[in-house]
Design a protein around this ligand. Structure first.
Ligand code: HEM
Ligand SMILES: *[C@@H]1O[C@H](CO)[C@@H](O)[C@H](O)[C@H]1NC(C)=O
Ligand SMILES: *[C@@H]1O[C@H](CO)[C@@H](O)[C@H](O)[C@H]1NC(C)=O
Ligand SMILES: *[C@@H]1O[C@H](CO)[C@@H](O)[C@H](O)[C@H]1NC(C)=O
Ligand SMILES: *[C@@H]1O[C@H](CO)[C@@H](O)[C@H](O)[C@H]1NC(C)=O
Ligand SMILES: *[C@@H]1O[C@H](CO)[C@@H](O)[C@H](O)[C@H]1NC(C)=O
Ligand SMILES: CC(=O)N[C@H]1CO[C@H](CO)[C@@H](O)[C@@H]1O
Length: 327
């Protein structure tokens, strides 16, 4: 009898534990400490070994992580190839996302150590952080335990990812839909202190803003003249790259905000940070504060972004290859 009760008690505890696990499963620091103790080190070793051959990948990877998180949460869906439908990868905002192969190579090393344990979503999140750190940028915590999604849908990507042409209201809505606020919008936009854009992304602002072959009045006109003269020499240039924070595109500094207040932010979305009083004053506060303060706030917003709609517990799967859903 006592033994039967013992079993019953054990059974009840198990049921409760599994309910708790599925409803309250959440990210935690060192999620793979037991299941794949070397996982995080494999990622950081690979990044540290290879990022110096292609430091510009750090910008590409943090941007890829952002795009992943804004569509169906941070679930590695951005990494999936086309199947029966066009994948997120093929959406215009992804036109210029690079680094898929880099993530796939890390994944294969992690799979060799612990098959079927570590998600692509976590690998992307870790690699984005590690590559920024390896190139001298801020560190942020990456709790792990994300699971990989099964769906990648181009039109969801087009709808949810902010575009460089978005106005303030649209940016605010897209961030709110992802559970992020105006502070996150300002802080995370600061990632534009590194990396590059294509001339084609701003050709409307330089050459044909309202369809009358005019410039965007919200762009500093002297800056626009220089860009047209020396960089983006024609409206059809879709290959030339331009720095978003000229002169310090490799340094994770406050340069982006300096550009924004001078009305030299490249995109309409950058310039829109000035039109709202809340975001405008946040930009100015950042400029009055220290680099250390920016980095600390960036770390908080990145960790928050990395938690958007994550799949945990028994949701989704652990992909074998990042570009493919398991068959
Ligand atoms: C606020 C909304 C945002 C918009 C509209 C936006 C838009 C863009 C666009 C259009 C480009 C250049 C693409 C090209 O022409 O090649 C770009 C580049 C970049 N974005 Fe954003 N972005 C936003 C937020 C973010 C966030 C939240 C992050 C990361 C936390 C980020 C990180 C980057 C980086 C690092 C690059 C440079 C990529 C490279 O050098 O390959 N962006 N972004
Ligand atoms: C992709 O997403 C769009 C927009 O949410 C939806 O209308 C469409 O049915 C989805 N496609 C598939 C195959 O699920
Ligand atoms: C912002 O853009 C959206 C979508 O393009 C548009 O509906 C809205 O009117 C714009 N808002 C402002 C204030 O311009
Ligand atoms: C400028 O924009 C207008 C309206 O969208 C378009 O009809 C025209 O072809 C554009 N001009 C050039 C040179 O692209
Ligand atoms: C970029 O421009 C070149 C030359 O005008 C053109 O051949 C090419 O198709 C364009 N690429 C894209 C992606 O629009
Ligand atoms: C995914 O697509 C890319 C680009 O087309 C290709 O190089 C890669 O081999 C594909 N990955 C898989 C696993 O099929
Ligand atoms: C890496 C990748 O898949 N890029 C795609 C982005 O979208 C364009 C156009 O839709 C594709 O041609 C690229 O292959």
């Amino acid at each position: 009898m006592a033994r039967k009760l013992g079993y019953l008690r054990f059974f009840i505890v198990c049921v409760i534990a599994s309910i708790v696990a599925t409803t309250h499963a959440q990210l935690q620091l060192g999620f793979y400490a037991k299941s794949c103790p070397k996982a995080e080190k494999i990622v950081s070793d690979f990044v540290n070994e290879h990022i110096h051959n292609a430091p510009s990948l750090a910008a590409a990877l943090i941007r890829m992580h952002f795009h992943d998180c804004f569509v169906r949460g941070c679930d590695g869906s951005v990494l999936l190839n086309n199947t029966n439908q066009q994948a997120e990868k093929n959406a215009p905002p992804n036109l210029t996302v690079r680094g898929f192969d880099f993530i796939e190579r890390i994944k294969s090393l992690v799979e060799a150590a612990c098959p079927g344990v570590v998600s692509c979503a976590d690998i992307l999140t870790l690699a984005a952080r590690d590559s920024i750190v390896a190139t001298g940028g801020p560190f942020w915590q990456v709790p792990t335990g994300r699971r990989d999604g099964l769906v990648s849908n181009l039109s969801e990507s087009t709808r949810n990812i902010p575009t460089p042409f978005d106005n303030f209201t649209t940016l605010q809505t897209k961030f709110n839909n992802a559970g992020l606020d105006l502070n996150d919008l300002v802080i995370l936009s600061g990632a534009h202190t590194i990396g590059v854009s294509h001339c084609s992304t701003i050709s409307n602002r330089l050459y044909n803003f309202t369809g009358k072959l005019d410039e965007d009045p919200a762009l500093d006109s002297e800056y626009a003249q220089n860009l047209k003269k020396f960089k983006c020499k024609s409206i059809n240039d879709n290959t030339t790259l331009i720095e978003m924070d000229p002169g310090s595109r490799k340094t994770f500094d406050l340069g982006y905000y300096n550009q924004v207040v001078k009305r030299r932010g490249l995109f309409t979305s950058d310039s829109q940070l000035l039109v709202n009083s809340v975001t405008n004053s946040l930009v100015n506060q950042l400029l009055q504060g220290s680099l250390r303060n920016f980095h600390a706030q960036f770390a908080i917003s990145m960790e928050k972004m990395g938690r958007i709609n994550v799949k945990t517990g028994t949701q989704g799967e652990i992909r074998k290859q990042c570009a493919l859903v398991n068959s």
